[in-house]
Write a protein that binds this ligand. Structure first.
Ligand SMILES: NC(=O)c1ccc[n+]([C@@H]2O[C@H](COP(=O)([O-])OP(=O)(O)OC[C@H]3O[C@@H](n4cnc5c(N)ncnc54)[C@H](OP(=O)(O)O)[C@@H]3O)[C@@H](O)[C@H]2O)c1
Length: 175
């Protein structure tokens, strides 16, 4: 899968990049194509230009920044959301409500958060440099969060202040 990392709107070249991705896929050079950090207006533009819908949009998503306002847009088009910084860049691991749910479930806070992503229908890519944590972070299929747990985590959403990364509307740096 190839992703466009950022739309960098001031450069206004993501539509041309998407056209090149579409060509690469047609030629069989890449299996799937998608985007990252795209706002709905950016996704609308690439679809309008090519008719091709991205397979995924990799965007910052975690309990403190749940992206509720764009979920329906993605669902309607069939674009899967892939949660980046799914543990809030580590910050959500310290949350008291998450700790309480984890203690009750006999799991770690990281496992509770990653399980929340899965039950929300999100693709999730936690990162750890520790092999033991990587192993623990996929040990998620012997428990389920209750509706009450899910509601409690839903209540942690802070759309105004929860983001840890850059704002895709204004981020125009080049990596
Ligand atoms: N598309 C984009 O623009 C974009 C932007 C940012 C990030 N990402 C991607 O998102 C992925 C993850 O993002 P992220 O690294 O920002 O944040 P994250 O996965 O939310 O959090 C990573 C932090 O959590 C810690 N951690 C992981 N598992 C743990 C566990 N079981 N117990 C305790 N601590 C744990 C890690 O420490 P240790 O390593 O010490 O375990 C690290 O400090 C990466 O693949 C990254 O490339 C994409």
């Amino acid at each position: 899968m190839f992703l466009i990392h950022w739309p960098t709107p001031a450069r206004d070249n993501f539509v041309d990049t998407w056209k090149a991705f579409v060509e690469a896929q047609k030629e069989g050079l890449v299996r799937s194509i998608g985007v990252s950090n795209f706002l709905p207006e950016h996704i609308d533009r690439i679809i309008e230009a090519t008719g091709v819908i991205p397979a995924v949009n990799q965007i910052e998503t975690h309990p403190y920044y749940q992206q509720r306002d764009v979920r329906e847009f993605h669902e309607r088009l069939g674009v899967r959301i892939e949660s980046y910084s799914p543990l809030g860049h580590g910050e959500v691991l310290e949350d008291e409500a998450i700790a309480a749910i984890a203690e009750h479930a006999g799991k770690t806070p990281a496992q509770v958060i990653i399980r929340w992503h899965l039950q929300e229908g999100l693709i999730v890519i936690p990162k750890s440099e520790s092999p033991d944590r990587v192993q623990a972070n996929i040990d998620l299929f012997d428990f389920e969060l209750s509706d009450d747990d899910m509601d409690r985590i839903r209540g942690l959403d802070d759309p105004e202040g929860g983001r840890t990364g850059s704002d895709p509307a204004t981020f125009n740096e080049q990596y």
